[in-house]
Each structure stands twice: as C-alpha cells, then as structure tokens.
Design a protein around this ligand. Structure first.
Ligand SMILES: [Fe+2]
Length: 258
C-alpha cells in the first residue's frame, strides 16, 4: 500500500502532493478557517483587546510556545536514520528547525511585556481554563502518536494556522502602532518571524508527512492524520474563544461593578 512519494512539483502548491493529502487538506479547510477567521483577530487588529483578554492570550498560548521545540524533539526521537526516505527527511528537518526555535520563547515574553503583561505573569500565572487543550494535545500526539501524526498536528497544522493569524496581526498598522515606538520592533519580533509571508515550514511539514505515508496509505491512516490536523485547529479555536469570552466577561464584571 505504501507507494513511494517523492515531490516533483513546487513545494508550496497543493497539486504537488498525493491525492489523499490534497483531500485531507480540503477536508480540514473549514476547521482551519474557523481559526483564521476567528473574531479575536479583528479585535486585536484594531488594538481593542482589553487587558484581561490580552493576558489570557499571552498566558494561554505560552505553554505551547515554550514547549514547541520539545514537541519537535519528541518527534525527532521517533526517527531512525536509514529506515526510510521519510525518516531521513524528518530527521534532517527537525534537527535543523529545532535550532530555529531557539529564541522564540524569549521573543514571546518580550511581546507580552510590550502588551503590558509582565513576564512573571506569563511564566508563573495560572493559564485560563480551557486554554490548556492545545498544549495537552500537542504533547500527547508528539509523545505517543506516530511520527507522521506528530508532525502533521504540530509543524503542519499549528504552525500553518499560526503563520496566517500572525500575518493578520502584523499587517495591521493600528496593532503595530499600539506599541510605543521605542519598543515596537522588539515587541513585534515574534509576530514578524511567524507571519507567513513566504513561510515554507508548513509545506515542508506536509512533504514530510507525505514522504512518510507514501502515495497510497491505508484509509484509516489518512483518516487519523485528518483527525489530528482538525484537532489542532479545534484546540486553537478554543483558545481564541477563551480570549474573546474573557473580553465579554470583563465587560459584564465592570458593568456590574459600576
Ligand atoms: Fe517559533
């Protein structure tokens, strides 16, 4: 069933990938769009996210930011050099890209500080209920899932959708200008690095998944990968929901207090 896949078309075109992968991407599209088109982003783009919701955002996503190289390391542990082309590709890519994550946790803390959320709060504050789903899921699939499922859920799905929402924020002049000029560049570095302008990472992750599974994987393997990708998007959406909820809650609280 495992007909060898080797990409010949352009990296960033869906038609370069096996039919099953094209179907998988299409099957996940609506779920992905529920993240990218979430109400949270226009609110942030207008620099109208209040303090409590900003705190939920920074503290809630932090565990995933901090742990992301760890997810990749757990997936790296599953590879065996020489076992297959997919293993070799995954190993080479993960080794190289774990290094790229080096400073990203620090940049996240700098972004949070620029948005008036203290680093102590991000490091030690209690994450809002419901936001832990994404970190738990990434941890579980990276630790216990197959190499293909782990890479699909994290480097393909989470990084892919993150690239798109990062670009939405980074493109907003109102958002960028909400940071004082003297700290603007530093505060926005994480966003700038993750905005998907010409980001090839999620495509490279898709290529790895396809090289591992081949041209004609078993239907249940395809169903599993599809499920994993959707689950990452759903967890991201829950996190975004929680930030938007917090915004309404705080309005209700302040109205009640008034
Ligand atoms: Fe990163």
């Amino acid at each position: 069933m495992h007909a060898h896949f080797e990409r010949t078309g352009p990296l960033t075109e869906l038609s370069s990938y096996p039919t099953w992968a094209q179907d998988m991407v299409m099957a996940c599209e609506d779920t992905k769009q529920s993240v990218i088109r979430h109400d949270l982003w226009p609110i942030m783009r207008e620099a109208k996210l209040n303090h409590i919701a900003t705190r939920h955002f920074m503290v809630g996503i932090w565990p995933v930011i901090e742990r992301f190289p760890g997810y990749m390391a757990m997936n790296l542990l599953k590879t065996r050099f020489g076992r297959s082309e997919g293993d070799n590709l995954a190993r080479r890519w993960l080794v190289r890209n774990i290094r790229v994550e080096q400073n990203h946790a620090e940049y996240w803390l700098t972004w949070a500080e620029g948005a008036n959320i203290k680093r102590e709060e991000v490091l030690h504050g209690i994450a809002p209920g419901g936001t832990e789903a994404l970190a738990n899921w990434c941890e579980e699939i990276s630790k216990s899932g197959s190499l293909a499922a782990g890479v699909a859920a994290t480097n393909y799905a989470v990084e892919g959708a993150t690239g798109e929402w990062s670009q939405l924020l980074y493109d907003s002049i109102a958002y960028r200008e909400s940071f004082p000029q003297n700290i603007r560049v530093g505060s926005l570095r994480w966003l700038q690095l993750h905005a998907a302008y010409d980001d090839t990472h999620p495509w490279e992750a898709l290529e790895i998944v396809c090289t591992l599974l081949g041209n004609s994987p078993m239907p249940h393997d395809v169903a599993h990968i599809t499920e994993c990708v959707k689950r990452s998007y759903i967890c991201m959406r829950l996190l975004a929901d929680r930030c938007v909820d917090a915004r309404t809650e705080s309005v209700v609280v302040s109205e009640a207090a008034a």
